[in-house]
Design a binder for this molecule. Structure first.
Ligand code: GDP
Length: 478
């Protein structure tokens, strides 16, 4: 992929070459246009296909026709209480309800995956509404949040693999008949899903699912790579995304527009600390070890990576002053982490010693929340703001296994340097690797050949779906 930025002039440019819909109110959601215009003027990483643009416009029309409180919505909701999806509904609106689950990075990746599945199967995507403080509505004249009185809402937290309405459970219990379609089904595609749940990814199960008006989905994964392995979607996907490494980039830039509150956090921070430097470097630190950091091996690994790959200048520990005259080149190092320890060490290092290149490095970290607090609004708003700030850097270093980092890289159209996951509290050697693509990794893909009904290495079937750099069993698009 050429990482040169693509843009056109005028109104189309503002709408990212037609990726974004026209007709949305600008003031209620300034991030939609500010992300490029005010902040980085980067534009998209590549040009979206005209087929993608036309399918998005078609989707918006469908969402408008079937969205919350429309006649079609009200009728299909009524059918829910009857329990059986009547055949007569086959021409009506069909829905995919995304149920909140897991951390914010996981949520964003799973919403993007759910949207792509909805797009491919002509369903309307509706989100559990605890995301309203984070994101604006992406579709004009309609909401993507599920109305609060949705009849099954109170059951959401009870749905699991073993529920009577779980598709995997139904497959275990008895063969499905095509004479009776339920009015709704629960799809369990979370990391702990089993063989029957995973049959979702087999083409022969899709016609049955297609008849069910309401699909309720719980997942914490970016399952897009496995959609690319399903023959029934291949044709559409090729036309939608001729360049497979831009899937999440386009979906994310289309779907996710932070609310004005979150955008204020991004904008003020960017303008105060990041705007006026020669280069911005982001380092996302996510430590999955137990115990409180900072850990020396993590700091050693970060330094080894940024020095080895010439991302940041080393310091001269013998020299007291910079010898160069004139205005030095400046770098801003943006760190995100739950703890402040790494930031303090790096900031002190660049204060106490001059760099070997005579550049100056300012070190910044917006928050240090201590631990994950998904139930708190402001905590999530800060986390989202930090993902966006990372996406606005020029060079990005991320931590292995972290969906927080995947969102930043995909949003920003950046191929990050990935810090390998440390084992036994030692810094790995080499410390990091450049990502093959900006796509997120699917952490829990199925390894099943639906036709042959046996195990298969799904990372070796097609050249554009491979195993991830940071997780040997994961799958990613390249
Ligand atoms: P993952 O666990 O790294 O895949 O990312 P998730 O976003 O799914 O879950 C981690 C959660 O922990 C985030 O959503 C935040 O709530 C919190 N978190 C982790 N790292 C940071 C950070 O650097 N900054 C902030 N503000 N929150 C963080």
């Amino acid at each position: 992929l050429p990482l040169s930025r693509w843009s056109e002039d005028g109104e189309r440019d503002k709408l990212l070459g037609g990726l974004l819909a026209a007709g949305l109110d600008e003031t209620s959601c300034v991030s939609r246009y500010d992300y490029d215009r005010v902040i980085n003027r980067k534009g998209l990483s590549a040009k979206p296909s005209s087929y993608l643009i036309s399918r998005l416009r078609k989707y918006e029309a469908l969402h408008r026709e079937c969205g919350p409180y429309t006649e079609s919505y009200n009728t299909t909701v009524k059918d829910l209480s009857s329990g059986i999806g009547s055949q007569s509904n086959s021409g009506g609106c069909k829905y995919l309800v995304w149920i909140s689950y897991s951390g914010l990075g996981n949520r964003i990746l799973s919403i993007a995956s759910a949207f792509l599945y909805a797009l491919l199967t002509n369903r309307v995507l509706l989100l559990d509404d605890d995301m309203t403080h984070l994101f604006c509505d992406p579709f004009p004249h309609s909401s993507w949040f599920l109305p609060p009185h949705f009849p099954l809402r109170s059951q959401f937290h009870h749905f699991n693999q073993k529920s009577a309405h779980s598709y995997g459970k139904m497959l275990k219990d008895k063969p499905l008949t095509t004479s009776h379609f339920p009015s709704f089904l629960y799809l369990h595609l979370a990391h702990d899903y089993d063989h029957q749940d995973k049959l979702f990814f087999c083409d022969e199960h899709q016609p049955f699912l297609h008849q069910v008006p309401w699909l309720l989905l719980r997942t914490d994964n970016y399952f897009v790579p496995s959609l690319f392995l399903m023959p029934s979607f291949q044709h559409q996907l090729n036309d939608l995304f001729p360049n497979t490494e831009t899937v999440f980039h386009f979906l994310a830039r289309y779907l996710f527009h932070p609310t004005n509150r979150v955008w204020g956090l991004v904008l003020r921070y960017y303008q105060a600390y990041l705007a006026n430097v020669n280069q911005r470097v982001g380092v996302q630190i996510r430590v999955f070890d137990t115990g409180t950091g900072p850990f020396q091996h993590v700091l050693d690994q970060i330094l080894a990576c940024v020095f080895k790959e010439n991302i940041l200048p080393d310091v001269d520990r013998k020299q007291a002053t910079n010898t160069s005259s004139g205005k030095p080149k400046s770098k801003a190092l943006l760190i995100t982490s739950l703890s402040s320890g790494y930031f303090e060490k790096l900031r002190d290092m660049y204060w106490e010693f001059p760099t070997t290149t005579a550049e100056v490095v300012g070190v910044f970290q917006p928050s240090h929340e201590g631990y994950q607090q998904t139930e708190k609004q402001m905590h999530n708003q800060k986390a989202l703001a930090e993902m966006y700030l990372l996406s606005l850097t020029d060079v990005l270093v991320t931590s292995a296994w972290s969906t927080f980092g995947y969102v930043a890289q995909g949003m920003g159209g950046l191929k990050p340097w990935i810090l390998y996951k440390p084992e036994n509290k030692t810094a790995p050697d080499p410390p990091c690797q450049r990502a093959m693509s900006m796509e997120p990794c699917f952490h829990a893909p199925p390894f099943y050949d639906c036709k042959a009904k046996k195990g298969i290495d799904t990372g070796k079937i097609v050249p554009h779906v491979r195993h991830c750099e940071d997780m040997s069993w994961g799958l990613k698009l390249v």
